[in-house]
Design a protein around this ligand. Structure first.
Ligand code: PBG
Length: 322
């Protein structure tokens, strides 16, 4: 034998020397669910160990994340039912919960990279990502609202807006409106390859944002397709996206790899709520070692090409990395 592959696996020291993929705290984007009120910390039933926080606790959480080395947060708000309508009016309220959250976090932790979800679903009386006409989710009228929503987040101090709606042409519209108002330092993290996935279920519980009728298959992508993901992503880059995203993560690592090989912008993965819930559930049953699963999954996502990973395990991962 002249080739003994096991030599490089002999000891932890040797394995550490030759490890190709190393997770660091700055890889992670921590999603935050924000709700009205004071001193609120509500566990999300289908996401054990993950919480909705009121603003005061959100700020505390952001401080803690920063002290752990996590450099970015992705904000989602739970909108009160009485503020929901078809046009997402509350989404562009300058004093809305999202806008107050951006300001509060930037005041408390100025260096934290604050990213905001841009889509109508939490604000929509129909629970859809766009404006509904009849049975249809209309594209162009929605894009207009998304651009105004993005500008509004930029005014409140967001560093990146993250459109998660999958309407056509929204990246260009957002970029143009930001430019027109001189927000030339605000980035766009585009959910470029976002699939219509059952793995968003727990998230929709967290924000009470499940679609009231139908599904999201006329705008989110069909999981049977890969080429479409490349088309969507290349278009988003052309339209001005600074970071592109693949979502969900674990069942889409082939997509991640193909996109990584084709673009020169950073690629982000969203390890989504259902993926989190699966690990939690199996661990609770005693069927899976949670700590090992977290590190294996997040390392695999990075190995597949992710430069950044939005994950509900961000804090756990940093603690495990030691
Ligand atoms: C809103 C949005 C969703 C997620 C992120 N932004 C839900 C959806 O598209 O239905 C899912 C995140 C997760 O499941 O963790 N457009």
């Amino acid at each position: 034998m002249i080739r003994r592959n096991r030599i490089l696996r002999t000891s932890p020291a040797i394995r550490a020397m030759v490890a190709e993929t190393i997770l660091t705290p700055a890889d992670f984007i921590a999603p935050l669910f924000i709700t009205e009120g004071a001193h609120v910390k509500e566990e999300i039933a289908s996401m054990p160990g993950y919480y909705r926080y009121s603003l005061d606790n959100t700020v505390q959480e952001a401080r803690e994340l920063w002290s752990m080395g996590i450099r970015s947060v992705l904000l989602f708000i739970k909108c009160a039912d009485e503020l929901k309508d078809n046009e997402g009016t509350e989404a562009v309220n300058p004093d809305g919960l999202m806008q107050r959250a951006i300001k509060a976090i930037k005041d408390a932790v100025p260096e934290m990279v604050v990213m905001t979800d841009v889509a109508l679903d939490p604000y929509s009386s129909y629970g859809h990502d766009g404006i509904v006409k009849g049975q249809e989710i209309v594209n162009d009228a929605t894009v207009e609202v998304l651009a105004r929503m993005s500008l509004n987040h930029a005014k409140a101090g967001a560093d990146f807006v993250a459109p998660s709606d999958m309407m056509d042409g929204r990246i260009l519209a957002i970029r143009n409106l930001l430019e027109a108002h001189n927000f030339d330092k605000v980035g766009i993290m585009a959910y470029s390859a976002k699939y219509a996935s059952c793995f968003y279920g727990p998230f929709r519980d967290a924000l009470d944002s499940a679609p009231g009728f139908g599904d999201k298959k006329t705008y989110q992508m069909d999981y049977a397709n890969a080429r479409e993901a490349i088309k969507e992503t290349l278009m988003d880059v052309e339209e001005g996206a600074d970071i592109v995203m693949v979502k969900p993560a674990l069942a889409y690592l082939d997509i991640m790899r193909q996109i990584k090989d084709r673009v020169t912008v950073p690629v982000s993965a969203y390890h989504v709520s259902g993926e989190y819930a699966m690990v939690k559930a199996a661990a609770r049953m005693g069927w899976l070692n949670e700590e090992k699963a977290i590190l294996e999954i997040l390392t695999s996502i990075k190995r597949a090409g992710a430069d950044l990973i939005a994950t509900y395990f961000a804090k756990d991962a940093v603690k495990l990395l030691g």
